[in-house]
Design a protein around this ligand. Structure first.
Ligand code: HEC
Ligand code: HEC
Length: 459
């Protein structure tokens, strides 16, 4: 305790005006994108498949496919975007949120009469919104958890007669019932998809004693259908790139497809196409992501390599795993490849500071998948809700008060096959699993912290 107080005083002195400037995020790395291209070593045929799949990823959808400049159809009735590439854009197609948020102009595109909610601004990140509760006035009401589309097609030239009103986000915001998610980058995800469940489990079990001493646990999210590890999305909620693509097409753009054949928000007067609206695109999207190369890191300097060592020695790497190895693959360049995602793809309790109250599969209200840090050097917005563009703040946000506890309980009682079953589960977790590692970070010198920040911006 006394050491902590001593440190706080010291930091106060160091940060004093005009004495010594504090460590700071050097900001997005400039120079070539180093991402967005195909995996090295693809055949000519595979490369051309990749290129046409990228065109599909960037294809823009309108309601009927008739809006000038669009080639796809099926947008709406509700939507957050009109093409995959709109949200996955930085530093190149497939990436994350661009600097200027395209959702602002989208509100009124082609005659639509939506108003961007307050959390959609030109300088802020692309966002989608979920509601925590079905009734925020009653803390015991059932959870909602679903994505509520920002916009509707009402007013658009290609949606005559549709009267579906835009969701009233202001009143939900006033009741603290809205959480946000920003796009995660999709570069190199074929490698993640092709990593065996056993490799992820072994990595999580590795260094058990050291992790436990730091308060780090973790669990893999799994599919309720086949029991295998799910790994995509902020809560590792999705199984494969094809499933994610099908779901995103339906949820983000409102395009029903072979994976997700039923239209969301299909109110009468707003359904203009037969279902499914798309038969082929989903597989193209998945191919583009599967065959994309991982981001290329920037050059190493004495500072970044020192930062890399500190990143491991203070415990960041216990969650942000520096390397994993894929299974044998149909694609030779993806076969038994060791890659550097800086994630264990496992869920961790992050405490009340990051908790979003959303439950997805095995992921509870304060659990998140360790965010993969590859490509971080060129990313503009951080954390699941995009609350900061500053790496230092993203790091500090990992810690949460130790007295804020999450309790999950479930109890069932039923008879089946002529027998009585009473399964019950309880978990009680306080604070963030990262608390001690963040204490370690805060205990570093200014130069050491700067080395870690420089290392992160080299990824
Ligand atoms: C309106 C913006 C938007 C559009 C349009 C959009 N996405 Fe996303 N994407 C997101 C957000 C937000 C997330 C994080 C979602 C989550 O985890 O809940 C995401 C996550 C993903 C992921 C997970 C990657 C990972 O790190 O595990 C994949 C894959 C993906 N999107 C593919 C697509 C595809 C394919 C399309 C086009 C059909 C698409 N997205 C369209 C916003 C968008
Ligand atoms: C207990 C596991 C754990 C530890 C330890 C940990 N992290 Fe994280 N980290 C996460 C999770 C989970 C997220 C995503 C949280 C969210 O978005 O709500 C994350 C997010 C991040 C992000 C934001 C990435 C993005 O895409 O937005 C950065 C940067 C980061 N961590 C750096 C670090 C550094 C540096 C350390 C060591 C000082 C560290 N982390 C320690 C689990 C951990």
């Amino acid at each position: 305790m006394s050491r902590y107080i001593f440190f706080v005083c010291l930091a106060g002195v160091l940060a004093g005006p005009g004495i010594v400037s504090a460590q700071s995020d050097p900001g997005p790395r400039i120079g070539p994108a180093g991402a967005g291209g195909p995996l090295a070593g693809l055949s000519m045929a595979e490369k051309s498949t990749f290129t046409s799949a990228r065109d599909s990823f960037n294809e823009i959808d309108s309601v009927g496919g008739t809006e000038p400049g669009t080639t796809g159809k099926g947008l709406g009735p509700t939507f957050n975007g009109n093409s995959c590439g709109m949200c996955h854009a930085q530093p190149d197609s497939g990436g994350s949120s661009p600097a200027a948020n395209p959702q602002v102009a989208l509100a009124k595109r082609y005659g639509a009469d939506n108003t961007p909610p307050s959390f959609i601004t030109i300088g802020g990140p692309v966002r989608e919104a979920r509601f925590i509760s079905t009734n925020p006035n009653n803390p015991s009401a059932p959870l909602d958890g679903g994505v509520h589309g920002l916009y509707t097609i009402k007013g658009r030239t290609d949606a005559p007669g549709c009267t579906l009103q835009q969701t009233d986000f202001a009143s939900q915001l006033a009741r603290h019932n809205v959480i946000f998610r920003i796009p995660t980058p999709t570069f190199g995800l074929g490698l993640v998809e092709n990593t065996p469940d056993a490799a992820l489990a072994a990595n999580l079990a590795d260094h058990q004693a050291q992790k436990a001493a730091l308060g780090i646990g973790g669990e893999l999210n799994t599919s309720g259908n086949d029991g295998t590890v799910t790994r995509f999305g902020w809560k590792a909620q999705n199984k494969s790139l094809t499933i994610f693509a099908g779901e995103a097409y339906n949820v983000e753009q409102g395009v029903s497809n072979v994976q997700f054949p039923n239209e969301r928000a299909a109110v009468s007067g707003c359904v203009f196409n037969t279902t499914p609206e798309d038969f082929e695109d989903v597989e193209q999207f998945a191919i583009f992501m599967r065959l994309s190369a991982p981001p290329t890191p920037g050059p190493s300097t004495p500072s970044t390599s020192n930062g890399s060592g500190l990143f491991t020695s203070i415990g960041c790497a216990f969650c942000h795993t520096p390397s994993l190895t894929t299974a044998r693959s149909n694609y030779t360049e993806m076969s038994t490849v060791t890659y550097s995602p800086y994630s264990d793809f496992a869920l961790h309790h992050m405490g009340s500071n990051l908790a979003d109250g959303i439950v997805q599969g095995g992921a509870g209200p304060d659990e998140f998948r360790t965010a993969p840090l590859w490509g971080l050097g060129q990313r503009l917005f951080f954390l699941h809700d995009g609350r900061t563009s500053d790496l230092l703040q993203a790091i500090e946000a990992h810690s949460s008060p130790r007295f804020d506890c999450t309790i999950s309980q479930s109890f069932q009682r039923f008879e089946a096959v002529n027998d009585l079953f009473q399964p019950s589960q309880q978990s009680f977790v306080c604070g963030s699993e990262a608390n001690k590692v963040i204490d370690n970070f805060n205990g570093l010198s200014k130069n050491q912290k700067q080395d870690i920040l420089n290392f992160l911006r080299s990824l």
